[in-house]
Design a binder for this molecule. Structure first.
Ligand SMILES: O=C(O)c1ccccc1N[C@@H]1O[C@H](COP(=O)(O)O)[C@@H](O)[C@H]1O
Length: 217
C-alpha cells in the first residue's frame, strides 16, 4: 500500500524526567505520556507531571494515562496538568472516559488471544478519539514490553488506532509497515535497561528514525 505524504504519529509514554520530555520534542515526537496508573512503576505525582509540561515543545501534546483511577483523581490531573488527551487502560466505560471533557484514547488488550471485533469496540466507546492496541492480557497493566501478533489487527478499524506493546527501535519499522497504524506508542523499548521511567536518548532517537524510515518505505 502506498502512503504518499503519510506521517505515522509517535507517542513516548511513561516519562518521568523533564530532560526526556525536552528531547522528545526535539526529536519531533507528537505526544508524551505521563502515567497515573496506581500500580505502575512509572507513576508520577500530579505536581511533578505539571512541572514537566513546562519542558514540552510547542505543538507537542501531553497525554495522561489511567487504569481504573478514581474520578476525583482524574479530575485533579485534568485541572493541574491540563493534558490534551486522556488514555484509559482499565475497565472504564465510555460514560466515565468522556465525563472529564477531554478527548480520550481507550486501550484495548490484544494479549488475550480473542479476535478483536471493531464494530463492537466502536459501539462500546463511541466517543473515543482513537484506540490503542496494546500487547498485554485483559486485566493486566501495560508498559511491560509484551508484543502481540500484528496479523490480529482488524482491517475494519474506522477510528485511528495506535499500535503499542513491545515496540523497540529494532522492530518498529516492521510494525509500521505491517499494520499501517495512525501512530505508535512506546515505553519500555526506549528505556535504560532495568530502569522503568528512565528513557535512553540514543534509543529514543533511533526509534523516531525507524518510524520515519517506515513512512518513506
Ligand atoms: O507504562 C506503564 O507503566 C503502564 C501502566 C499501566 C497501563 C499502561 C502502561 N503503559 C502503556 O503500555 C504501552 C506499552 O508499553 P511497552 O512499550 O510495551 O513497554 C505503553 O505505550 C504505555 O501506553
Amino acid at each position: 500500500m502506498s502512503r504518499p505524504l503519510y506521517r505515522t504519529r509517535v507517542k513516548f509514554c511513561g516519562l518521568t524526567r523533564p530532560g526526556d520530555v525536552r528531547l522528545a520534542g526535539e526529536l519531533g515526537v507528537d505526544a508524551v505520556g505521563f502515567v497515573f496508573a496506581p500500580a505502575s512503576r512509572r507513576r508520577v505525582e500530579i505536581d511533578a507531571a505539571a512541572a514537566m509540561t513546562h519542558a514540552l515543545a510547542p505543538l507537542v501534546d501531553s497525554v495522561a494515562l489511567f487504569m481504573d483511577n478514581a474520578a476525583d483523581e482524574v479530575r485533579e490531573v485534568v485541572r493541574q496538568v491540563k493534558p490534551a488527551l486522556l488514555q484509559f487502560h482499565g475497565n472504564e466505560d465510555d460514560a466515565f472516559c468522556r465525563s472529564f471533557g477531554v478527548a480520550y484514547i481507550k486501550a484495548v488488550p490484544m494479549g488475550g488471544g480473542d479476535a478483536l471485533d471493531p464494530l463492537s469496540l466502536h459501539s462500546r466507546y463511541p466517543a473515543a478519539s482513537a484506540f490503542l492496541l496494546d500487547g498485554h492480557a485483559p486485566g493486566a497493566a501495560g508498559g511491560e514490553g509484551h508484543l502481540f501478533d500484528w496479523a490480529s489487527v482488524p482491517k475494519g478499524m474506522t477510528k485511528p488506532f495506535l499500535l503499542a506493546g513491545g515496540l523497540t527501535p529494532d522492530n518498529v519499522f516492521d510494525a509500521v509497515v505491517a499494520t499501517l497504524p495512525w501512530g505508535v506508542d512506546v515505553s519500555s523499548g526506549i528505556e535504560v535497561e532495568g530502569d522503568p521511567g528512565v528513557k535512553d536518548g540514543a534509543r529514543m532517537r533511533r526509534f523516531v528514525e525507524e518510524v520515519r524510515r517506515a513512512d518513506c518505505d
